[in-house]
Design a protein around this ligand. Structure first.
Ligand code: SF4
Length: 452
Protein backbone atom coordinates (compact mmCIF):
# COMPACT_ATOMS: atom_id res chain seq x y z
CA UNK A 1 0.00 0.00 0.00
CA UNK A 2 1.23 3.47 -0.84
CA UNK A 3 0.31 6.28 1.54
CA UNK A 4 -0.57 9.70 0.12
CA UNK A 5 -0.22 12.99 1.94
CA UNK A 6 -3.50 14.43 0.52
CA UNK A 7 -6.30 14.18 3.08
CA UNK A 8 -9.88 15.30 3.18
CA UNK A 9 -11.50 15.85 6.56
CA UNK A 10 -15.04 15.39 5.22
CA UNK A 11 -14.64 11.66 5.64
CA UNK A 12 -14.34 12.09 9.43
CA UNK A 13 -18.10 12.58 9.48
CA UNK A 14 -19.03 10.53 6.40
CA UNK A 15 -16.93 7.43 7.02
CA UNK A 16 -16.98 7.18 10.81
CA UNK A 17 -20.24 6.30 12.56
CA UNK A 18 -22.85 3.61 13.26
CA UNK A 19 -23.09 1.91 9.83
CA UNK A 20 -25.36 -1.03 9.04
CA UNK A 21 -23.53 -4.30 9.50
CA UNK A 22 -25.67 -6.48 7.26
CA UNK A 23 -23.66 -8.01 4.43
CA UNK A 24 -20.36 -6.60 5.76
CA UNK A 25 -17.33 -8.15 7.41
CA UNK A 26 -17.14 -6.56 10.82
CA UNK A 27 -13.56 -6.28 12.05
CA UNK A 28 -13.23 -6.33 15.83
CA UNK A 29 -9.87 -5.32 17.36
CA UNK A 30 -8.67 -7.45 20.27
CA UNK A 31 -8.65 -5.77 23.65
CA UNK A 32 -9.20 -8.67 26.00
CA UNK A 33 -8.92 -11.86 24.00
CA UNK A 34 -11.75 -13.78 25.70
CA UNK A 35 -14.21 -10.90 25.47
CA UNK A 36 -13.36 -10.33 21.81
CA UNK A 37 -14.11 -13.94 20.89
CA UNK A 38 -17.39 -14.01 22.82
CA UNK A 39 -18.54 -10.68 21.40
CA UNK A 40 -17.71 -11.86 17.87
CA UNK A 41 -19.78 -15.02 18.58
CA UNK A 42 -22.69 -12.83 19.72
CA UNK A 43 -22.48 -10.73 16.53
CA UNK A 44 -22.38 -13.87 14.37
CA UNK A 45 -25.54 -15.19 16.03
CA UNK A 46 -27.28 -12.06 14.68
CA UNK A 47 -26.06 -12.79 11.17
CA UNK A 48 -23.07 -10.42 11.21
CA UNK A 49 -19.85 -11.78 9.74
CA UNK A 50 -17.73 -10.68 12.71
CA UNK A 51 -13.99 -11.35 12.69
CA UNK A 52 -11.68 -10.87 15.67
CA UNK A 53 -8.44 -9.46 14.27
CA UNK A 54 -5.01 -10.62 15.40
CA UNK A 55 -3.28 -8.09 17.56
CA UNK A 56 0.09 -6.53 18.35
CA UNK A 57 1.88 -8.16 15.40
CA UNK A 58 1.40 -4.94 13.41
CA UNK A 59 2.89 -2.67 16.08
CA UNK A 60 5.74 -1.58 13.78
CA UNK A 61 3.14 -0.42 11.25
CA UNK A 62 1.20 1.31 14.03
CA UNK A 63 4.34 3.16 15.07
CA UNK A 64 5.19 4.05 11.47
CA UNK A 65 1.80 5.74 11.02
CA UNK A 66 1.67 7.60 14.34
CA UNK A 67 3.89 10.39 15.61
CA UNK A 68 4.63 8.97 19.06
CA UNK A 69 2.40 11.51 20.81
CA UNK A 70 -0.71 9.33 20.57
CA UNK A 71 -1.85 7.03 23.35
CA UNK A 72 -0.29 3.59 23.10
CA UNK A 73 -3.65 1.76 22.45
CA UNK A 74 -4.06 4.00 19.39
CA UNK A 75 -0.69 2.83 18.05
CA UNK A 76 -1.50 -0.84 18.70
CA UNK A 77 -4.95 -0.72 17.09
CA UNK A 78 -3.68 1.32 14.12
CA UNK A 79 -1.11 -1.40 13.53
CA UNK A 80 -3.75 -4.14 13.92
CA UNK A 81 -6.05 -2.74 11.24
CA UNK A 82 -3.24 -1.87 8.80
CA UNK A 83 -1.65 -5.32 9.09
CA UNK A 84 -5.02 -7.03 8.72
CA UNK A 85 -5.79 -5.07 5.56
CA UNK A 86 -2.33 -5.73 4.13
CA UNK A 87 -2.88 -9.45 4.62
CA UNK A 88 -6.37 -9.28 3.10
CA UNK A 89 -4.99 -7.48 0.06
CA UNK A 90 -2.34 -10.12 -0.31
CA UNK A 91 -4.85 -12.96 0.15
CA UNK A 92 -7.52 -11.62 -2.18
CA UNK A 93 -5.43 -9.78 -4.76
CA UNK A 94 -7.64 -7.90 -7.25
CA UNK A 95 -10.77 -9.22 -5.48
CA UNK A 96 -9.95 -7.11 -2.42
CA UNK A 97 -12.90 -4.78 -1.88
CA UNK A 98 -12.63 -2.25 0.98
CA UNK A 99 -16.42 -1.71 0.81
CA UNK A 100 -16.89 -5.18 2.28
CA UNK A 101 -15.43 -4.23 5.65
CA UNK A 102 -16.46 -2.20 8.65
CA UNK A 103 -13.71 -1.69 11.19
CA UNK A 104 -14.99 -1.34 14.77
CA UNK A 105 -13.51 1.48 16.81
CA UNK A 106 -15.82 2.91 19.50
CA UNK A 107 -15.14 6.17 21.27
CA UNK A 108 -15.68 7.89 24.60
CA UNK A 109 -16.42 11.50 25.28
CA UNK A 110 -14.63 13.44 27.96
CA UNK A 111 -11.36 15.16 28.50
CA UNK A 112 -9.06 12.37 27.28
CA UNK A 113 -8.15 11.18 23.79
CA UNK A 114 -10.17 8.02 23.21
CA UNK A 115 -12.71 10.10 21.29
CA UNK A 116 -10.00 10.82 18.72
CA UNK A 117 -8.68 7.33 17.90
CA UNK A 118 -11.23 6.64 15.18
CA UNK A 119 -10.78 10.13 13.67
CA UNK A 120 -7.03 9.72 13.64
CA UNK A 121 -7.30 6.24 12.14
CA UNK A 122 -9.70 7.59 9.52
CA UNK A 123 -7.02 10.07 8.47
CA UNK A 124 -4.47 7.24 8.27
CA UNK A 125 -6.82 5.02 6.21
CA UNK A 126 -7.63 7.95 3.92
CA UNK A 127 -3.94 8.35 3.17
CA UNK A 128 -4.26 5.08 1.21
CA UNK A 129 -6.47 5.86 -1.81
CA UNK A 130 -7.64 2.24 -2.06
CA UNK A 131 -8.97 2.29 1.54
CA UNK A 132 -11.03 5.46 1.42
CA UNK A 133 -14.34 3.58 1.18
CA UNK A 134 -13.63 1.31 4.15
CA UNK A 135 -15.93 2.44 6.95
CA UNK A 136 -15.13 2.81 10.65
CA UNK A 137 -18.09 1.61 12.73
CA UNK A 138 -18.20 3.69 15.87
CA UNK A 139 -20.32 3.64 19.00
CA UNK A 140 -20.06 6.33 21.59
CA UNK A 141 -20.22 6.52 25.37
CA UNK A 142 -22.30 9.72 24.87
CA UNK A 143 -25.36 7.48 24.55
CA UNK A 144 -23.96 4.55 26.53
CA UNK A 145 -22.91 2.72 23.35
CA UNK A 146 -26.38 2.54 21.78
CA UNK A 147 -26.29 0.42 18.61
CA UNK A 148 -28.84 2.45 16.65
CA UNK A 149 -28.20 2.26 12.93
CA UNK A 150 -26.08 -0.91 12.99
CA UNK A 151 -28.92 -3.44 13.04
CA UNK A 152 -32.59 -3.55 12.06
CA UNK A 153 -34.51 -1.63 14.68
CA UNK A 154 -35.99 -4.68 16.41
CA UNK A 155 -32.59 -6.41 16.50
CA UNK A 156 -30.80 -3.47 18.12
CA UNK A 157 -32.28 -3.94 21.60
CA UNK A 158 -31.92 -7.69 21.43
CA UNK A 159 -28.29 -7.54 20.41
CA UNK A 160 -27.48 -5.07 23.16
CA UNK A 161 -28.76 -7.57 25.74
CA UNK A 162 -26.79 -10.47 24.30
CA UNK A 163 -23.67 -8.34 23.73
CA UNK A 164 -23.75 -7.20 27.36
CA UNK A 165 -24.23 -10.79 28.53
CA UNK A 166 -21.13 -11.80 26.54
CA UNK A 167 -19.16 -9.08 28.35
CA UNK A 168 -20.18 -10.40 31.78
CA UNK A 169 -19.52 -14.03 30.84
CA UNK A 170 -16.07 -13.14 29.50
CA UNK A 171 -15.32 -11.23 32.73
CA UNK A 172 -16.13 -14.41 34.65
CA UNK A 173 -13.96 -16.55 32.39
CA UNK A 174 -11.08 -14.11 32.91
CA UNK A 175 -11.66 -14.32 36.65
CA UNK A 176 -11.62 -18.11 36.46
CA UNK A 177 -8.19 -17.98 34.79
CA UNK A 178 -6.77 -15.61 37.43
CA UNK A 179 -8.30 -17.68 40.25
CA UNK A 180 -7.01 -21.03 38.97
CA UNK A 181 -3.62 -20.32 37.35
CA UNK A 182 -1.67 -19.46 40.54
CA UNK A 183 -2.81 -22.76 42.07
CA UNK A 184 -2.80 -25.06 39.03
CA UNK A 185 -1.73 -28.68 39.48
CA UNK A 186 0.55 -28.54 36.48
CA UNK A 187 2.07 -25.52 34.74
CA UNK A 188 0.16 -24.50 31.61
CA UNK A 189 -3.05 -26.37 32.46
CA UNK A 190 -5.11 -23.26 33.19
CA UNK A 191 -4.10 -21.39 30.02
CA UNK A 192 -4.83 -24.39 27.86
CA UNK A 193 -8.18 -24.97 29.55
CA UNK A 194 -9.30 -21.33 29.25
CA UNK A 195 -8.28 -21.18 25.58
CA UNK A 196 -10.50 -24.19 24.87
CA UNK A 197 -13.32 -22.82 27.04
CA UNK A 198 -13.17 -19.47 25.19
CA UNK A 199 -13.80 -21.14 21.84
CA UNK A 200 -16.53 -23.36 23.30
CA UNK A 201 -18.33 -20.33 24.76
CA UNK A 202 -17.88 -18.28 21.57
CA UNK A 203 -19.62 -21.17 19.76
CA UNK A 204 -22.38 -21.23 22.37
CA UNK A 205 -22.97 -17.50 21.91
CA UNK A 206 -23.06 -17.98 18.14
CA UNK A 207 -25.68 -20.74 18.42
CA UNK A 208 -27.82 -19.44 21.29
CA UNK A 209 -27.24 -15.70 21.40
CA UNK A 210 -29.92 -14.55 18.97
CA UNK A 211 -32.59 -16.76 20.63
CA UNK A 212 -31.54 -15.28 23.99
CA UNK A 213 -31.02 -18.65 25.62
CA UNK A 214 -29.27 -17.06 28.61
CA UNK A 215 -29.94 -20.09 30.80
CA UNK A 216 -28.37 -22.40 28.23
CA UNK A 217 -25.27 -20.19 28.05
CA UNK A 218 -25.10 -20.13 31.86
CA UNK A 219 -25.37 -23.93 32.03
CA UNK A 220 -22.30 -24.20 29.81
CA UNK A 221 -20.46 -21.56 31.84
CA UNK A 222 -21.26 -23.39 35.10
CA UNK A 223 -19.96 -26.62 33.58
CA UNK A 224 -16.72 -24.85 32.62
CA UNK A 225 -16.29 -23.40 36.13
CA UNK A 226 -16.78 -26.90 37.60
CA UNK A 227 -14.11 -28.29 35.26
CA UNK A 228 -11.76 -25.36 35.89
CA UNK A 229 -12.04 -25.82 39.64
CA UNK A 230 -10.58 -29.31 39.29
CA UNK A 231 -7.30 -27.81 38.04
CA UNK A 232 -6.64 -26.27 41.45
CA UNK A 233 -4.12 -28.08 43.62
CA UNK A 234 -5.66 -27.89 47.13
CA UNK A 235 -2.19 -28.38 48.62
CA UNK A 236 -0.95 -24.97 47.42
CA UNK A 237 -1.44 -22.41 50.22
CA UNK A 238 -3.35 -19.20 49.64
CA UNK A 239 -1.30 -16.36 48.10
CA UNK A 240 -1.42 -12.56 48.52
CA UNK A 241 -4.22 -10.99 46.50
CA UNK A 242 -3.27 -8.13 44.16
CA UNK A 243 -5.91 -5.87 42.62
CA UNK A 244 -5.41 -4.20 39.24
CA UNK A 245 -6.97 -0.91 38.15
CA UNK A 246 -6.08 1.43 35.31
CA UNK A 247 -6.81 2.15 31.69
CA UNK A 248 -9.17 -0.44 30.25
CA UNK A 249 -7.21 -1.33 27.11
CA UNK A 250 -3.79 -1.64 28.73
CA UNK A 251 -4.93 -3.52 31.79
CA UNK A 252 -6.73 -6.14 29.65
CA UNK A 253 -4.49 -6.36 26.56
CA UNK A 254 -1.98 -9.02 27.52
CA UNK A 255 0.65 -8.18 24.87
CA UNK A 256 0.47 -4.42 25.45
CA UNK A 257 0.94 -4.81 29.21
CA UNK A 258 3.68 -7.41 28.68
CA UNK A 259 1.55 -9.95 30.52
CA UNK A 260 1.79 -8.13 33.83
CA UNK A 261 -0.65 -10.52 35.54
CA UNK A 262 1.54 -13.50 34.70
CA UNK A 263 4.59 -11.59 35.95
CA UNK A 264 2.84 -10.85 39.24
CA UNK A 265 1.86 -14.51 39.50
CA UNK A 266 5.47 -15.53 38.83
CA UNK A 267 6.41 -13.54 41.94
CA UNK A 268 3.77 -15.15 44.12
CA UNK A 269 0.49 -13.28 43.53
CA UNK A 270 -3.11 -14.16 42.93
CA UNK A 271 -4.49 -11.29 40.85
CA UNK A 272 -7.88 -9.81 40.13
CA UNK A 273 -8.31 -7.16 37.44
CA UNK A 274 -11.11 -4.59 37.20
CA UNK A 275 -13.80 -5.86 34.83
CA UNK A 276 -15.03 -4.71 31.42
CA UNK A 277 -18.68 -4.74 32.52
CA UNK A 278 -17.75 -2.14 35.12
CA UNK A 279 -16.90 0.34 32.32
CA UNK A 280 -20.13 -0.45 30.41
CA UNK A 281 -22.15 0.04 33.61
CA UNK A 282 -20.25 3.25 34.30
CA UNK A 283 -21.21 4.79 30.94
CA UNK A 284 -24.90 3.96 31.54
CA UNK A 285 -24.74 5.17 35.15
CA UNK A 286 -23.01 8.39 34.15
CA UNK A 287 -25.58 9.23 31.43
CA UNK A 288 -28.32 8.74 34.03
CA UNK A 289 -26.42 10.90 36.54
CA UNK A 290 -26.06 13.67 33.96
CA UNK A 291 -29.77 13.49 33.13
CA UNK A 292 -30.58 13.86 36.85
CA UNK A 293 -28.39 16.97 37.01
CA UNK A 294 -30.17 18.33 33.89
CA UNK A 295 -33.55 17.61 35.46
CA UNK A 296 -32.68 19.46 38.66
CA UNK A 297 -31.55 22.49 36.65
CA UNK A 298 -34.66 22.41 34.41
CA UNK A 299 -36.92 22.20 37.48
CA UNK A 300 -35.21 25.27 38.94
CA UNK A 301 -35.71 27.13 35.64
CA UNK A 302 -39.24 25.71 35.14
CA UNK A 303 -38.44 24.61 31.57
CA UNK A 304 -41.20 22.08 30.97
CA UNK A 305 -39.98 20.67 27.64
CA UNK A 306 -36.48 20.06 29.08
CA UNK A 307 -38.01 18.44 32.17
CA UNK A 308 -39.78 15.95 29.90
CA UNK A 309 -36.61 15.19 27.94
CA UNK A 310 -34.58 14.56 31.10
CA UNK A 311 -37.30 12.42 32.70
CA UNK A 312 -37.36 10.25 29.61
CA UNK A 313 -33.58 9.89 29.67
CA UNK A 314 -33.53 9.01 33.38
CA UNK A 315 -36.15 6.34 32.80
CA UNK A 316 -34.42 4.92 29.75
CA UNK A 317 -30.91 4.75 31.28
CA UNK A 318 -32.39 3.58 34.58
CA UNK A 319 -34.06 0.64 32.85
CA UNK A 320 -30.82 -0.20 30.99
CA UNK A 321 -28.77 -0.09 34.19
CA UNK A 322 -31.25 -2.24 36.12
CA UNK A 323 -31.23 -4.74 33.30
CA UNK A 324 -27.40 -4.82 33.27
CA UNK A 325 -27.31 -5.35 37.06
CA UNK A 326 -29.93 -8.07 36.79
CA UNK A 327 -27.89 -10.00 34.20
CA UNK A 328 -24.64 -9.48 36.08
CA UNK A 329 -26.19 -10.75 39.32
CA UNK A 330 -27.69 -13.71 37.46
CA UNK A 331 -24.24 -14.76 36.21
CA UNK A 332 -22.34 -14.23 39.50
CA UNK A 333 -25.08 -15.93 41.56
CA UNK A 334 -24.76 -18.96 39.36
CA UNK A 335 -20.97 -19.27 39.43
CA UNK A 336 -20.01 -18.13 42.93
CA UNK A 337 -21.41 -21.17 44.75
CA UNK A 338 -19.15 -23.30 42.53
CA UNK A 339 -15.94 -21.28 42.99
CA UNK A 340 -15.14 -18.17 45.04
CA UNK A 341 -14.55 -15.80 42.11
CA UNK A 342 -14.14 -12.08 42.83
CA UNK A 343 -17.41 -10.12 42.75
CA UNK A 344 -17.61 -6.99 40.59
CA UNK A 345 -17.84 -3.47 42.02
CA UNK A 346 -21.16 -1.59 41.69
CA UNK A 347 -20.68 1.84 40.10
CA UNK A 348 -23.12 3.67 42.40
CA UNK A 349 -21.15 2.27 45.33
CA UNK A 350 -17.92 3.64 43.84
CA UNK A 351 -19.66 7.02 43.34
CA UNK A 352 -20.69 6.95 47.02
CA UNK A 353 -17.12 6.22 48.11
CA UNK A 354 -15.90 9.26 46.17
CA UNK A 355 -18.70 11.39 47.63
CA UNK A 356 -17.64 10.36 51.12
CA UNK A 357 -13.88 10.65 50.68
CA UNK A 358 -14.06 13.86 48.60
CA UNK A 359 -10.86 13.08 46.73
CA UNK A 360 -12.30 13.10 43.18
CA UNK A 361 -15.68 13.54 41.53
CA UNK A 362 -17.76 11.84 38.86
CA UNK A 363 -18.28 15.37 37.49
CA UNK A 364 -14.70 15.28 36.20
CA UNK A 365 -15.32 11.95 34.48
CA UNK A 366 -12.84 9.47 32.89
CA UNK A 367 -11.73 6.11 34.20
CA UNK A 368 -10.25 7.77 37.28
CA UNK A 369 -13.88 7.70 38.55
CA UNK A 370 -13.58 3.92 38.68
CA UNK A 371 -9.90 3.45 39.48
CA UNK A 372 -9.70 5.73 42.54
CA UNK A 373 -12.68 4.29 44.47
CA UNK A 374 -11.85 0.85 43.00
CA UNK A 375 -8.48 0.98 44.81
CA UNK A 376 -10.18 1.99 48.08
CA UNK A 377 -12.65 -0.84 47.66
CA UNK A 378 -9.82 -3.33 47.04
CA UNK A 379 -8.16 -2.15 50.27
CA UNK A 380 -11.45 -2.43 52.15
CA UNK A 381 -11.89 -5.99 50.88
CA UNK A 382 -8.45 -7.05 52.11
CA UNK A 383 -6.36 -6.90 48.94
CA UNK A 384 -2.65 -7.03 49.77
CA UNK A 385 -1.49 -4.61 47.08
CA UNK A 386 -2.71 -2.66 44.07
CA UNK A 387 -1.16 -2.14 40.62
CA UNK A 388 -2.21 0.70 38.34
CA UNK A 389 -1.68 -0.41 34.70
CA UNK A 390 -1.82 2.25 31.96
CA UNK A 391 -0.36 3.67 28.78
CA UNK A 392 2.55 6.06 29.24
CA UNK A 393 1.13 9.62 29.60
CA UNK A 394 -2.47 8.39 30.07
CA UNK A 395 -4.25 11.29 31.73
CA UNK A 396 -6.89 9.52 33.91
CA UNK A 397 -4.37 6.98 35.21
CA UNK A 398 -1.83 9.69 36.00
CA UNK A 399 -4.54 11.48 37.99
CA UNK A 400 -5.28 8.20 39.79
CA UNK A 401 -1.62 7.78 40.61
CA UNK A 402 -1.18 11.34 41.91
CA UNK A 403 -4.21 11.04 44.20
CA UNK A 404 -3.81 7.47 45.38
CA UNK A 405 -0.07 7.08 45.86
CA UNK A 406 0.07 9.23 49.08
CA UNK A 407 -3.18 7.70 50.35
CA UNK A 408 -1.83 4.17 49.87
CA UNK A 409 1.33 5.24 51.71
CA UNK A 410 -0.81 6.37 54.63
CA UNK A 411 -2.81 3.16 54.53
CA UNK A 412 0.42 1.14 54.36
CA UNK A 413 -0.85 -0.97 51.47
CA UNK A 414 1.68 -1.66 48.67
CA UNK A 415 0.95 0.26 45.47
CA UNK A 416 2.73 0.27 42.10
CA UNK A 417 2.32 2.28 38.87
CA UNK A 418 3.18 0.40 35.68
CA UNK A 419 3.03 2.64 32.57
CA UNK A 420 3.61 0.98 29.18
CA UNK A 421 4.56 2.35 25.77
CA UNK A 422 5.72 -0.75 23.92
CA UNK A 423 9.34 -0.54 25.04
CA UNK A 424 10.83 -2.98 27.53
CA UNK A 425 11.99 -1.42 30.77
CA UNK A 426 14.87 -3.34 32.31
CA UNK A 427 13.80 -2.36 35.86
CA UNK A 428 10.17 -3.45 35.51
CA UNK A 429 10.58 -6.98 36.82
CA UNK A 430 12.73 -5.75 39.72
CA UNK A 431 9.98 -3.25 40.62
CA UNK A 432 7.35 -6.01 40.52
CA UNK A 433 9.55 -8.28 42.62
CA UNK A 434 10.01 -5.58 45.26
CA UNK A 435 6.30 -4.77 45.20
CA UNK A 436 5.47 -8.46 45.68
CA UNK A 437 7.90 -8.66 48.61
CA UNK A 438 5.94 -5.82 50.26
CA UNK A 439 2.65 -7.55 49.39
CA UNK A 440 3.91 -10.78 51.00
CA UNK A 441 4.72 -8.85 54.19
CA UNK A 442 1.25 -7.28 54.13
CA UNK A 443 -0.28 -10.72 53.64
CA UNK A 444 1.68 -12.15 56.60
CA UNK A 445 0.40 -9.38 58.86
CA UNK A 446 -3.19 -9.04 57.64
CA UNK A 447 -3.96 -12.19 55.61
CA UNK A 448 -6.74 -11.17 53.16
CA UNK A 449 -9.29 -9.91 55.62
CA UNK A 450 -8.99 -6.13 55.22
CA UNK A 451 -8.19 -5.58 58.90
CA UNK A 452 -6.09 -2.45 59.64
S1 SF4 B 1 -7.78 6.85 28.87
FE1 SF4 B 1 -5.60 7.30 28.68
S2 SF4 B 1 -4.90 5.99 27.00
FE2 SF4 B 1 -7.13 6.09 26.87
S3 SF4 B 1 -7.51 7.79 25.49
FE3 SF4 B 1 -7.57 8.64 27.55
S4 SF4 B 1 -5.49 9.41 27.89
FE4 SF4 B 1 -5.42 8.00 26.13
Amino acid sequence: MEAETRQTFRSLSENVGPFRLKGKTFLIPQMNRIGGHLLAGAFRSFGVNAVLMDTHEGLDLGKAFTSGKECFPCQVTTGDILLFLNKEKERLGKDFDPDRYIYFMPEAEGPCRFGMYNKYQRIVLDSFPELESLKIGSLTSKNSYALDGMFDQEQTKEFRKVGYFSVVVSDVLDRLLWRVRPYEKQKGMADEFIERATHVLAGVFEQRGAVKDFEGILDKLAEIIQEGKKLIDPGIPQKPLIGIVGEIYLRTHVQANQDVIRLLEKHGAEVVNASIAEWVNYTTYDRMREAKIGLRLSLKQLRVSRIRVYLKKILSYGVDLSYQHYRQDQVYKRVKPILDLAQDHRVHHLDKILGKEKIYSFDVGTEACLSIPGILEYVHQGTNGVVNVYPFTCMPSTITSSIMRPIMNQKKVPYLDTPYDGSFQPGREAAIRTFMYQAQQHFKRHARDGSP
